[in-house]
Design a protein around this ligand. Structure first.
Ligand code: F6P
Length: 327
């Protein structure tokens, strides 16, 4: 593994996130600046298995920093989680002479990458590209800021109509296993309740608070729920509330994949550029198999293995703030 990296591959894997293009651009241009050859691997690990790889030049990443999605496309590749799949990937890398990888994705992608680098001694650097923000070792993940702002804009609009009709709205945001989008968008829009997969949902508390608010004629209520809530998302929550409070005027809105698209925010472009730059610097300097995060506005390099086993967590302080502010 200690031999010098000269030809690197970059791929995006898992759910796309706004800002991935900015990260690809930074990897390509920093690589070229350091006299490396840079190869774009299409559709994540799937494209690696299939040798769907092309050489990138500085111009290949022109005019993409402002675009959502990923020019390299992405996939969730089941075969890469099998030893035979990883062997195939290794053979492709050897054939192409690629001796370093930058993986832009979420925790699932890092798990595959760690197994790969352990088995085949290929240096891998991880960058967190996920709207879910559930990655250990970083205050930011690429795409979260854009996604949460998309959710905030939508929820603000819903509050206007909820207020006009004195209605309860249950709004579902993304997050199959993580509640950061629900937490941040809920706090930022003054939601009365925020339900996240990381905490047990107490339906009794919600019913009580709705009844208490009804007594003081506060009929506009917003509940923001992450799709991975134990009760199964907004539609189920609405049905459970209706069972207990049949007269309540309730509507459901599922924001869905619009949260994953759109032009990346300035913050997402900046962190993607910074992480992409440092990922290549790591390969150049021989700092292998690390995850490049940002904590307290400083680069944080964590062994990729550690990041793939841990998760970002929601603090008790945030949950307390939610409770106090949503009265
Ligand atoms: O990218 C992460 C994520 O957006 C989760 O929040 C969500 O549950 C999942 O991806 C949806 O994935 P897909 O688009 O494959 O249905």
């Amino acid at each position: 593994m200690e031999k010098k990296v000269s030809r690197i591959g970059v791929l995006t894997s898992g759910g796309d996130s706004p800002g991935m293009n900015a990260a690809i651009r930074a990897v390509v241009r920093t690589g070229i600046y350091n006299d490396l050859e840079v190869y774009g691997i299409m559709r994540g690990f799937q494209g690696l298995l299939e040798n769907d790889i092309y050489k990138m030049e500085s111009r290949s990443v022109a005019n993409i920093i402002q675009r959502g999605g990923t020019i390299l496309k992405t996939a969730r590749c089941k075969d890469f989680f099998k030893p035979e799949g990883r062997k195939k990937a290794y053979d492709v890398l050897v054939k192409r002479g690629i001796n370093g990888l930058v993986v832009i994705g979420g925790d699932g992608s890092f798990r595959g990458a760690v197994d790969f680098s352990n088995e085949y001694n290929i240096p891998v650097i991880g960058i967190a590209g996920t709207i879910d923000k559930d990655i250990y070792g970083t205050d930011f993940t690429i795409g979260f800021d854009t996604a949460v702002n998309t959710a905030v804009e939508a929820i603000d609009k819903i509050r206007d109509t909820a207020d006009a009709h004195d209605r309860l709205f249950i709004i579902e945001v993304m997050g199959r296993e993580a509640g950061f989008i629900a937490l941040h968008s809920g706090i930022a829009t003054g939601a009365e309740n925020i339900l996240v997969p990381e905490r047990k949902t107490n339906l009794e508390d919600i019913i009580n608070s709705l009844q208490e608010k009804e007594r003081r004629k506060k009929l506009v209520n917003i509940i923001v729920v992450a799709e991975g809530d134990e009760n199964g998302g907004a539609t189920n929550i609405a049905a459970l509330i209706k069972e207990r409070l049949p007269l309540i005027e309730a509507r459901v809105c599922i924001l869905g994949h619009i949260q994953r698209g759109g032009a990346p925010s300035c913050l997402d472009r900046l962190i993607a550029s910074r992480m992409g730059y440092h990922a290549v610097e790591c390969l150049v300097e021989g700092r292998y198999n690390v995850f490049v995060g940002i904590q307290h506005n400083k680069m944080n390099y964590v062994p990729l293995e550690k990041v793939s086993k841990k998760r970002g967590t929601i603090s008790e302080e945030w949950m307390k703030i939610v409770k106090i502010l949503a009265s």
